[in-house]
Design a protein around this ligand. Sequence first.
Ligand SMILES: O=c1ccn([C@@H]2O[C@H](COP(=O)(O)O)[C@@H](O)[C@H]2O)c(=O)[nH]1
Length: 241
Amino acid sequence: MSSNNLPVSLDPKVLVALDFANADAALQFVKTLDKSACRLKVGKELFAVAGPEFVKALIEQGFDVFLDLKYHDIPNTVAKAVQAAARMGVWMVNVHALGGRKMMQAAKDALDELTDVERKPLLIAVTILTSMEQQDLAEIGLQGSPQDNVLRLAKLAEDSGLDGVVCSAQEAQPLRQIVSEQFCLVTPGIRPAGSAVNDQKRIMTPAEAMAAGSSYLVVGRPITQSDSPLEVLKQINESLN
Ligand SMILES: O=c1ccn([C@@H]2O[C@H](COP(=O)(O)O)[C@@H](O)[C@H]2O)c(=O)[nH]1
């Protein structure tokens, strides 16, 4: 169940990361997409130039939108930010688990308190970025492997009442042993066989990620920078069946 007591719906499972430099480029791309084939993710780059109106326009076109701004601030600020996101009509919003229990609970309570929103978003927490490996964690003072840290932060997010986490698909299998079946595992770092890895470190193919227990797959550049994005999306969806 989600924070608004709706069952978590899984299809479509691919969340296309709209990491474009401006609204025109993103809209041109979105025009080619079918909402039955994917959901959309708007992150920091596009939101900084296109803002809430752009997000609302995507929602008006019928797309489910994951607003990936990774809120990480004091509890009051994050609570107000997730309420603002909910009022935009987004399907999913995230905070950063490193903000801690009080921050995550404040975000969850803020959504529960909303009475002026038709559909409340799923609230999830980023654990350890998929671009990070053990050495990166050591440099910022985090002991243990990425997996150790993801498991600990995911449990904290679940205990704080959140609907799921962002993690890599490499952690999905061990996570499925310790979180509830309904807890969403949203996994970036998805790379179809043969595609460029870019700056990602903890990667898996789409089919492997689903088999490992991912709920949703975040895919950006392998689709958006392809010469035939629709074909890549189609192949990914087919590989999940
Ligand atoms: O741990 C994380 C959290 C978020 N992301 C975001 O997902 C996409 C991935 O894009 P690709 O082009 O497929 O690498 C991107 O928007 C990131 O900001 C992540 O990669 N890892």
